[in-house]
Design a protein. Structure first.
Length: 288
């Protein structure tokens, strides 16, 4: 752990050229929930054009195919990545490994496609073998605390909660909205057992590394992998724990804490990283 601030860079190109593979976050780096970050997308495309491999590692509670469709809808160029590893796929895989068949879904209807082809049946909480949480049902009106009383009996019963999006908040067009992670945090406080299907936990990075090895025809040394993300708790901490370098992007969920007039403030950055795993560099936005 270190309390020093990571060095602030204006252009990431020289840093990116030191690596063969990027594990890149989506929200806060590639798009803001509504529209793409043009410079970030161009940087990823340039990295790939130079022979690099880009794996989008997202805490979206959806399948890779659905995430790709959402990126298309937002105008994110198809050529910026080689593969997508979303937490929705990791959550489905965990449910299969555990042999769960009947789950109680907590989340908005827009996430229901994660169950298509999964073999999972959505049932009432009293009938469920596990809870499958993709988010809050009304994320503009609720917080994780609103689910405490509802989930207390399930925690006492010992039901496993599968958190298909470990993020606590997400930036949607400049507004921070709570995610499934905020519910899972409450469930753990109740004594419940949570499987966190995504960053900062190892399965997300291991899955991305396996994709990279398959695409490049051989295992990739961790020293040649760089993670890029906007969340200290997930993107940076998870990368460091996995043993790879990380680039912090300031324009995402921590922007109010570290940025002023569109630029990162060094003292604020040091305060954000105090007691946290340290990124190798920080940039206001991803650009070559």
């Amino acid at each position: 752990m270190s309390v020093a601030a990571p060095p602030i860079i204006a252009n990431a190109g020289p840093l990116l050229e030191r690596y063969d593979v990027l594990f890149c976050d989506v929200w806060g780096v590639v798009h803001n929930g509504r529209s793409p970050y043009g410079e970030g997308c161009a940087a990823l495309q340039r990295f790939r054009d130079g022979g690099g491999t880009v794996i989008l590692v997202s805490n979206a509670p959806r399948t890779a195919g659905v995430v790709r469709s959402i990126l298309d809808e937002k105008g994110v160029p198809y050529g910026i990545s080689d593969a997508i590893v979303p937490s929705g796929d990791l959550a489905r895989a965990y449910a299969r490994r555990q042999g769960f068949r009947q789950v109680h879904h907590i989340g908005p209807d827009r996430d229901l496609d994660v169950f298509e082809g999964s073999g999972l049946e959505r049932v009432s909480l009293s009938e469920a073998e596990a809870i499958f949480c993709t988010g809050l049902q009304r994320d503009r009106e609720e917080t994780g605390e609103d689910y405490r009383d509802r989930l207390a009996p399930a925690a006492r019963k010992g039901l496993n909660l599968i958190c298909a999006n470990p993020d606590l908040v997400v930036d949607v067009g400049g507004v921070l909205l709570p995610c499934a992670g905020s519910i899972a945090k409450v469930y753990e406080e109740l004594g419940g057992d949570v499987f966190w299907a995504g960053k900062p936990f190892a399965p997300a990075y291991q899955s991305a590394a396996e994709f990279a090895a398959k695409l490049r025809g051989q295992a990739v040394d961790k020293s040649r992998i760089l993670a890029i993300g906007d969340a200290v708790r997930t993107d940076i901490a998870g990368a460091v724990e996995f043993g790879i370098d990380a680039l912090f992007i300031g324009q995402g969920i921590h922007r109010d804490a570290v940025m002023a007039d569109g630029e990162i403030v060094e003292a604020a950055l040091a305060e954000l990283f105090a007691g946290q795993p340290l990124a190798v560099a920080a940039a206001s936005t991803l650009c070559w």
